[in-house]
Design a protein around this ligand. Structure first.
Ligand SMILES: CC(C)(COP(=O)(O)OP(=O)(O)OC[C@H]1O[C@@H](n2cnc3c(N)ncnc32)[C@H](O)[C@@H]1OP(=O)(O)O)[C@@H](O)C(=O)NCCC(=O)NCCS
Length: 188
Protein backbone atom coordinates (compact mmCIF):
# COMPACT_ATOMS: atom_id res chain seq x y z
CA UNK A 1 0.00 0.00 0.00
CA UNK A 2 1.39 3.42 -0.91
CA UNK A 3 0.06 6.72 0.25
CA UNK A 4 0.65 9.87 -1.72
CA UNK A 5 1.86 13.13 -0.28
CA UNK A 6 -0.32 15.97 -1.33
CA UNK A 7 0.49 19.61 -1.59
CA UNK A 8 -2.34 21.83 -0.50
CA UNK A 9 -3.22 23.82 -3.56
CA UNK A 10 -0.42 24.06 -6.08
CA UNK A 11 2.32 25.18 -3.78
CA UNK A 12 3.53 24.92 -0.21
CA UNK A 13 2.04 27.38 2.19
CA UNK A 14 3.26 28.19 5.62
CA UNK A 15 0.49 27.27 8.01
CA UNK A 16 -1.56 29.92 9.73
CA UNK A 17 0.97 30.06 12.53
CA UNK A 18 1.20 33.77 13.06
CA UNK A 19 -2.13 35.53 13.03
CA UNK A 20 -2.95 36.89 9.63
CA UNK A 21 0.38 35.77 8.17
CA UNK A 22 -0.83 33.12 5.76
CA UNK A 23 -3.87 31.04 5.31
CA UNK A 24 -3.96 27.43 4.18
CA UNK A 25 -6.59 26.76 1.55
CA UNK A 26 -8.93 23.86 2.13
CA UNK A 27 -7.37 20.46 1.41
CA UNK A 28 -7.97 19.09 -2.06
CA UNK A 29 -10.70 16.46 -2.46
CA UNK A 30 -9.62 13.20 -0.91
CA UNK A 31 -9.14 9.97 -2.73
CA UNK A 32 -11.48 7.20 -1.64
CA UNK A 33 -10.05 3.75 -2.03
CA UNK A 34 -10.15 0.74 0.20
CA UNK A 35 -7.44 0.53 2.88
CA UNK A 36 -8.31 -2.40 5.14
CA UNK A 37 -5.28 -2.29 7.45
CA UNK A 38 -5.70 1.39 8.16
CA UNK A 39 -9.44 0.97 8.49
CA UNK A 40 -9.02 -1.79 11.09
CA UNK A 41 -7.33 0.63 13.42
CA UNK A 42 -9.84 3.38 12.82
CA UNK A 43 -7.94 5.59 10.43
CA UNK A 44 -10.42 5.68 7.60
CA UNK A 45 -11.53 4.10 4.41
CA UNK A 46 -9.30 5.87 1.95
CA UNK A 47 -5.87 5.80 0.54
CA UNK A 48 -4.37 9.25 0.65
CA UNK A 49 -2.87 11.26 3.49
CA UNK A 50 -3.16 15.03 3.54
CA UNK A 51 0.15 16.67 4.29
CA UNK A 52 0.45 20.34 5.00
CA UNK A 53 2.54 22.77 7.03
CA UNK A 54 1.75 22.76 10.71
CA UNK A 55 -0.94 25.00 12.15
CA UNK A 56 -0.53 26.44 15.61
CA UNK A 57 -3.37 24.37 17.04
CA UNK A 58 -1.61 21.13 16.08
CA UNK A 59 1.66 21.88 17.85
CA UNK A 60 0.97 20.06 21.14
CA UNK A 61 -0.32 16.97 19.28
CA UNK A 62 2.80 16.95 17.13
CA UNK A 63 5.03 17.16 20.21
CA UNK A 64 3.05 14.31 21.75
CA UNK A 65 3.64 12.30 18.57
CA UNK A 66 7.38 13.01 18.79
CA UNK A 67 7.31 11.84 22.41
CA UNK A 68 5.46 8.64 21.47
CA UNK A 69 8.00 8.04 18.71
CA UNK A 70 10.88 8.31 21.19
CA UNK A 71 12.41 11.34 19.51
CA UNK A 72 12.57 13.73 22.44
CA UNK A 73 15.89 13.98 24.24
CA UNK A 74 16.16 15.68 27.64
CA UNK A 75 18.71 18.14 26.29
CA UNK A 76 16.43 19.30 23.45
CA UNK A 77 13.37 21.51 23.86
CA UNK A 78 10.87 20.35 21.24
CA UNK A 79 8.65 23.42 21.63
CA UNK A 80 11.57 25.76 21.01
CA UNK A 81 12.74 23.57 18.11
CA UNK A 82 9.26 23.59 16.61
CA UNK A 83 8.85 27.33 16.99
CA UNK A 84 12.23 28.05 15.41
CA UNK A 85 11.41 25.75 12.49
CA UNK A 86 8.04 27.38 11.86
CA UNK A 87 9.22 30.94 12.25
CA UNK A 88 12.44 30.53 10.26
CA UNK A 89 12.48 31.46 6.57
CA UNK A 90 14.02 28.17 5.42
CA UNK A 91 12.26 25.55 7.50
CA UNK A 92 8.88 24.20 8.47
CA UNK A 93 7.11 21.25 10.07
CA UNK A 94 4.95 19.16 7.74
CA UNK A 95 2.07 17.23 9.25
CA UNK A 96 0.10 14.31 7.83
CA UNK A 97 -3.55 13.65 8.65
CA UNK A 98 -5.61 10.68 7.58
CA UNK A 99 -9.33 11.17 8.01
CA UNK A 100 -8.65 13.97 10.46
CA UNK A 101 -6.28 11.91 12.60
CA UNK A 102 -2.71 13.10 12.99
CA UNK A 103 -0.57 10.22 11.71
CA UNK A 104 2.87 11.61 10.90
CA UNK A 105 5.10 14.66 11.07
CA UNK A 106 8.53 15.79 9.97
CA UNK A 107 10.66 18.90 10.41
CA UNK A 108 12.30 20.05 7.19
CA UNK A 109 14.72 22.82 6.42
CA UNK A 110 17.79 23.84 4.48
CA UNK A 111 20.89 25.98 4.74
CA UNK A 112 20.83 27.05 1.09
CA UNK A 113 22.98 24.10 0.06
CA UNK A 114 21.72 20.97 1.78
CA UNK A 115 18.30 20.04 2.97
CA UNK A 116 17.78 18.35 6.33
CA UNK A 117 14.95 16.56 8.04
CA UNK A 118 14.53 16.04 11.76
CA UNK A 119 11.84 14.69 14.06
CA UNK A 120 10.39 12.29 11.48
CA UNK A 121 7.65 10.36 13.28
CA UNK A 122 4.75 8.11 12.41
CA UNK A 123 2.21 7.18 15.07
CA UNK A 124 3.51 3.97 16.73
CA UNK A 125 0.28 2.08 15.94
CA UNK A 126 0.48 3.05 12.30
CA UNK A 127 3.91 1.93 11.17
CA UNK A 128 4.26 0.16 7.84
CA UNK A 129 1.21 1.77 6.28
CA UNK A 130 3.16 4.09 4.02
CA UNK A 131 2.84 7.25 6.11
CA UNK A 132 6.59 7.60 6.64
CA UNK A 133 7.23 7.32 2.92
CA UNK A 134 4.49 9.90 2.26
CA UNK A 135 5.79 12.58 4.65
CA UNK A 136 9.35 12.08 3.39
CA UNK A 137 8.07 12.52 -0.15
CA UNK A 138 6.44 15.75 0.98
CA UNK A 139 9.69 16.92 2.63
CA UNK A 140 11.62 16.12 -0.54
CA UNK A 141 9.07 18.05 -2.65
CA UNK A 142 9.25 20.98 -0.22
CA UNK A 143 13.04 21.13 -0.64
CA UNK A 144 12.92 20.65 -4.42
CA UNK A 145 10.47 23.54 -4.66
CA UNK A 146 13.15 25.72 -3.02
CA UNK A 147 15.86 24.57 -5.41
CA UNK A 148 17.76 22.46 -2.89
CA UNK A 149 19.62 19.64 -4.67
CA UNK A 150 20.44 17.27 -1.80
CA UNK A 151 18.84 16.02 1.37
CA UNK A 152 20.77 14.69 4.36
CA UNK A 153 19.38 12.78 7.31
CA UNK A 154 21.13 11.85 10.53
CA UNK A 155 20.17 8.51 12.01
CA UNK A 156 21.43 7.23 15.34
CA UNK A 157 23.61 4.21 14.82
CA UNK A 158 21.34 1.96 16.87
CA UNK A 159 18.15 2.97 15.03
CA UNK A 160 17.84 0.01 12.66
CA UNK A 161 14.20 0.82 12.03
CA UNK A 162 15.02 4.22 10.55
CA UNK A 163 18.09 2.84 8.77
CA UNK A 164 16.00 0.20 6.98
CA UNK A 165 13.35 2.76 6.21
CA UNK A 166 15.73 5.25 4.59
CA UNK A 167 17.52 2.58 2.62
CA UNK A 168 14.24 1.34 1.21
CA UNK A 169 13.48 4.92 0.12
CA UNK A 170 16.73 4.98 -1.87
CA UNK A 171 18.95 6.83 0.62
CA UNK A 172 22.52 5.61 0.87
CA UNK A 173 24.85 5.67 3.82
CA UNK A 174 27.63 8.21 3.15
CA UNK A 175 31.13 7.67 4.48
CA UNK A 176 31.19 10.73 6.71
CA UNK A 177 31.63 11.32 10.41
CA UNK A 178 29.41 13.86 12.08
CA UNK A 179 31.07 16.18 14.61
CA UNK A 180 29.08 18.45 16.83
CA UNK A 181 29.61 21.10 19.48
CA UNK A 182 27.06 22.32 21.99
CA UNK A 183 26.81 26.09 21.82
CA UNK A 184 24.55 26.28 24.86
CA UNK A 185 27.09 24.83 27.30
CA UNK A 186 25.04 21.69 27.73
CA UNK A 187 27.53 18.91 27.19
CA UNK A 188 25.27 15.87 27.49
C1 LIG B 1 10.99 5.29 10.65
C2 LIG B 1 9.48 5.51 10.52
C3 LIG B 1 9.22 7.00 10.33
C4 LIG B 1 8.95 4.74 9.30
O1 LIG B 1 7.60 5.08 9.11
P1 LIG B 1 6.55 4.02 8.46
O2 LIG B 1 5.30 4.77 8.19
O3 LIG B 1 6.46 2.82 9.30
O4 LIG B 1 7.28 3.65 7.11
P2 LIG B 1 6.57 3.21 5.74
O5 LIG B 1 5.39 2.36 6.05
O6 LIG B 1 6.36 4.39 4.89
O7 LIG B 1 7.70 2.27 5.15
C5 LIG B 1 8.28 2.45 3.88
C6 LIG B 1 9.29 1.34 3.69
O8 LIG B 1 10.38 1.51 4.60
C7 LIG B 1 10.84 0.23 5.02
N1 LIG B 1 10.69 0.12 6.48
C8 LIG B 1 9.78 0.73 7.27
N2 LIG B 1 9.97 0.38 8.55
C9 LIG B 1 11.01 -0.47 8.56
C10 LIG B 1 11.67 -1.17 9.60
N3 LIG B 1 11.30 -1.11 10.87
N4 LIG B 1 12.71 -1.98 9.24
C11 LIG B 1 13.11 -2.10 7.96
N5 LIG B 1 12.50 -1.44 6.92
C12 LIG B 1 11.47 -0.64 7.24
C13 LIG B 1 9.99 -0.80 4.32
O9 LIG B 1 10.62 -1.17 3.12
C14 LIG B 1 8.74 -0.04 4.01
O10 LIG B 1 8.04 -0.53 2.90
P3 LIG B 1 7.04 -1.80 3.11
O11 LIG B 1 6.20 -1.54 4.32
O12 LIG B 1 6.27 -1.77 1.83
O13 LIG B 1 7.94 -2.99 3.27
C15 LIG B 1 8.73 4.98 11.76
O14 LIG B 1 9.14 3.66 12.00
C16 LIG B 1 8.92 5.80 13.02
O15 LIG B 1 8.19 6.76 13.27
N6 LIG B 1 9.91 5.41 13.86
C17 LIG B 1 10.15 6.05 15.15
C18 LIG B 1 10.80 7.43 14.99
C19 LIG B 1 12.11 7.38 14.22
O16 LIG B 1 12.95 6.52 14.43
N7 LIG B 1 12.27 8.39 13.31
C20 LIG B 1 13.46 8.52 12.51
C21 LIG B 1 14.48 9.28 13.23
S1 LIG B 1 15.97 9.41 12.23
Amino acid sequence: MRREARLIGNEWFKGAWSDGKQVCPEPAARASRSSPRAKDIGVGDHFAVDIEPIRREWSESVIELWEQAGLIRPWNDPRADLRRAVEGPASDVLVGHDDGRLVAAVMVGHDGHRGWVYYLAVHPQLHRHGYGRAVMQAAQDWLRAQGIPKLNVMVREDNDQAGGFYQSLGYRADAVRVFSLRLDGNNR
